[in-house]
Design a protein around this ligand. Structure first.
Ligand code: ZN
Length: 66
């Protein structure tokens, strides 16, 4: 399969809501965070957002948390 041009891809992952592996769509989303009140510089963090195609549960995982 050639590399898809868009960031939207499909993967099979464990869905806690379904309790089984289901197809998910994956997209990368840049979210602005202001979690540090003393730091006025907002950080833009990339998130990996997966949406279960079975129950439509959306999960966002910060990509920098490795
Ligand atoms: Zn699910």
């Amino acid at each position: 399969m050639p590399t898809p041009p868009a960031v939207l891809t499909e993967v099979t992952e464990e869905c806690p809501a379904c309790g089984r592996e289901t197809p998910h769509t994956v997209r990368i989303e840049i979210r602005t965070e202001s979690t540090k009140p003393e730091n006025r510089a907002y950080s833009r963090e990339p998130y990996r957002v997966t949406v279960c195609q079975r129950c439509e549960t959306e999960r966002a995982q910060r990509m920098n948390d490795a």
